[in-house]
Design a protein around this ligand. Structure first.
Ligand code: CO8
Length: 261
């Protein structure tokens, strides 16, 4: 397995565990993290033995406390624009990844940290997780989806509240608002996230990709177009060998054996 400067990446069975690993900077996201995440997610996506990934943060304190402020402090507007700073999170980490990945949020998920968590297919939070978009306090706005994905996840009022005041919300508030799928005790976070990922990785892989694709359509289009897409995706997976096997296994009261075909 390749080694990274800012990530720990390990495969555990069919699950890839990616740990953001700059604990002294509360796992702040710099250009190296970005480049390495692109590589690690591409490797996960390309590896046929891997079915799901978990992304978490090193240390007790933070998932990620945002983009690296020290790196951004001296960058000019023209540099942000010419580099199209951090656009690859969306194009390469999110859009190019058809397999699911889970954010296991173990502490602060602020600014870019909250935004990376929202790029995951879902969030499992420890009870001490804290979410926020404090960019306003730095004289800027969210730049990796915080104004867009957060508004879609929790609605306009709470997204405005968080972006305009820069305050943090705790795991309970985030779960009530629909940002977080589940809250678990801090010492069980990784186990629970790995269990969820193992479950996903044990299911028919084409159906897994199809389910992810279908739910994502809901964020991109009208209800009518989305319902049509859902039927079409259903009709595609209904033609797989895994569908024949899954329905036969149900009738025969035995577990299915998946081929990914
Ligand atoms: N960047 C760089 N270093 C950081 C960051 C960060 N985002 N967050 C924490 N650190 C560093 C601190 O500087 C400190 O380092 P040092 O020991 O060298 O001084 C170390 O991590 C520990 O942090 P603290 O001492 O501050 O720890 P506390 O427990 O006192 O506080 C907090 C924890 C509340 C999380 C605090 O660290 C904090 O407020 N961090 C910044 C949070 C923030 O503002 N995040 C948003 C950043 S902006 C952003 O993400 C925009 C993304 C869009 C970019 C794309 C543009 C197109």
């Amino acid at each position: 397995e390749p080694t990274y400067e800012t990530l720990l990446v390990e495969t555990r069975g069919a699950v890839t565990l990616i740990t953001l690993n700059r604990p002294k900077a509360l796992n702040a996201l710099n250009s190296t993290v970005m480049t390495e995440m692109v590589a690690a997610m591409a490797a996960f996506e390309a590896d046929p033995t891997q079915g799901c990934a978990v992304v978490t943060g090193a240390g007790e304190k933070a998932f990620a406390a945002g983009a690296d402020i020290k790196e951004m402090a001296t960058k000019s507007g023209a540099e942000f624009f010419s580099e199209d700073f951090f656009s690859e999170w969306t194009s390469k980490v999110v859009k190019a990844t058809r397999k699911p990945w889970i954010a296991a949020v173990n502490g602060f998920a602020l600014g870019g940290g909250c935004e990376v968590a929202m790029m995951a297919d879902f969030i499992i939070a420890s009870e001490n997780a804290k979410f926020g978009q404090p960019e306003i306090t730095l004289g800027v706005i969210p730049g990796m989806g915080g104004s867009q994905r957060l508004a879609r996840a929790v609605g306009k009022s709470k997204a405005m509240d968080l972006c305009l005041t820069g305050r943090m919300m705790d795991a309970q508030e985030a779960e009530r608002a629909g940002l977080v799928a589940r809250i678990v005790p801090a010492d069980q976070l990784l186990d629970e996230a790995m269990k969820a990922a193992e479950k996903i990785a044990s299911l028919p892989p084409l159906a897994v990709k199809a389910n992810k694709e279908a739910v994502n359509v809901a964020f991109e289009t009208t209800l009518d177009a989305g319902l049509l897409m859902e039927r079409r995706i259903f009709q595609v997976v209904a033609g797989t060998e895994d569908k024949t096997e899954g329905m036969a296994a149900f009738v025969e009261k035995r577990p299915g054996v998946w081929k990914g075909k």
